[in-house]
Design a protein around this ligand. Structure first.
Ligand SMILES: Nc1ncnc2c1ncn2[C@@H]1O[C@H](COP(=O)(O)OP(=O)(O)OP(=O)(O)O)[C@@H](O)[C@H]1O
Ligand SMILES: O=P(O)(O)OC[C@H]1O[C@](O)(CO)[C@@H](O)[C@@H]1O
Ligand SMILES: [Mg+2]
Length: 318
């Protein structure tokens, strides 16, 4: 094998650059050269190719974002764009492709496999909504940022006797909200996966305030789509001095945690080895081990919370 390709697609996260460094170094160790496609699938559709050498990936390990840039590419989802992507892979003499991205990007990778491309996916998305891996790349860093932000908000909430409604990202997944609520000791959490009862939450919080609690933190996953409504209710009906913080894109940047650096490097090395062994699959972290999970398995199952997390969510959502 002489040359492999790599691209990063969908929302970025921290840990991608560490992964790219490991991919290039592992490939060079095996006398394989690496082409980086810029801007996700747009780089395949429009042949935006660059040579990635060990020199180019030195000093990037600790940086957030992706040096390859990323995008959401509509054209790739259409037949004409997809065919252009196949043509690029042929013309650039790519013998295997590594796709680093979220569930959408991996669906794209699955289509490439079905079209005969040797392709390995690295699950990367702060949403942690990909079946077959306990953790996607970037989740741990995002959780650390969110938990740190909630700790900071707690200081001001407690000084002012306020209720704070904090919205996390995650699309349809409540993973970030639930885990950060647990890690920060939030009083309540609302996620799309679990039925919630806002009136009962308000009653509980009011009772706690009567007993001496001076502030409340309510974490809401963006997928619930009720953040404004809940904040308004707390203000008007519960008469809490309420503030709303939407954390937004600070959840997606910053230096990767040690966990994401090492996860990315391990997944990167495994991805190159899988390409060499001609194993099209998604690299999943299961327990402490990496596994090659077939694309079909990834997309025929839905990621769910374990019983303990579900119990915690139920307790905090009423
Ligand atoms: N079903 C699909 N078939 C082919 N390509 C797809 C498909 N879904 C998504 N893609 C490609 O992957 C790109 C990224 O997908 P998407 O916007 O869903 O992000 P993602 O990879 O899930 O990452 P994240 O959700 O973390 O932002 C799309 O813009 C498109 O180019
Ligand atoms: O950066 P964009 O394109 O606005 O996308 C935001 C979305 O991407 C994610 O950060 C990752 O999928 C989601 O949590 C969020 O809903
Ligand atoms: Mg996604």
């Amino acid at each position: 094998m002489k040359r492999i390709g790599v691209l990063t697609s969908g929302g970025d996260c921290s840990g991608i650059n560490a992964t790219l460094k490991a991919i290039v170094e592992e490939a060079y160790k095996n006398n394989i050269r690496v082409t980086g496609f810029l801007e996700g699938y747009n780089g395949l559709v429009n042949d935006l190719a660059i040579e990635l050498t060990p020199m180019q990936v030195s000093g990037i390990l600790q940086r957030g974002g992706t040096i390859l840039m990323t995008s959401r590419c509509e054209e790739f989802m259409q037949e004409s764009g997809f065919n252009k992507a196949l043509k690029t892979l042929k013309e650039e003499e790519i013998e295997g492709l590594i796709v680093i991205g979220g569930d959408g990007s991996l669906r794209g990778a699955k289509k490439l496999v079905e079209a005969g491309v040797l392709c390995v996916g690295i699950p990367e998305s702060i949403d942690n909504d990909i079946y077959g891996t306990d953790m996607a790349l970037g989740v741990d860093t995002a959780l650390n940022i969110i938990t740190n932000a909630i700790d900071i908000i707690r200081d001001t909430a407690s000084s002012h006797k306020r209720a704070f409604v904090i919205e996390t990202m995650g699309r349809e997944s409540g993973y970030l909200a639930l885990m950060s609520a647990m890690a920060s000791g939030a009083e309540a959490v609302l996620i799309p996966e679990i039925d919630y009862d806002i009136d009962s939450i308000m009653q509980r919080l009011k009772l706690e305030h009567e007993r001496g609690r001076k502030y409340s933190i309510i974490v809401i996953a963006e997928g619930v789509k009720k953040t404004q409504e809940v904040a308004e209710k707390l203000k008007v009906e519960a008469e809490f001095d309420t503030r709303l913080t939407i954390l937004g894109h600070i959840q997606r940047g910053g230096n990767p945690s040690v966990f994401d650096r090492t996860l990315g490097m391990r997944m990167g090395i495994r991805a190159v080895q899988s390409i060499i062994n001609k194993k099209s699959s998604v690299i999943g972290l299961q327990g402490n081990d990496l596994k090659n999970v077939p694309f079909d398995v990834v997309f025929s199952n839905k990621k769910v919370f374990n019983d303990m997390m579900l119990e915690f969510a139920r307790l905090k959502s009423r």
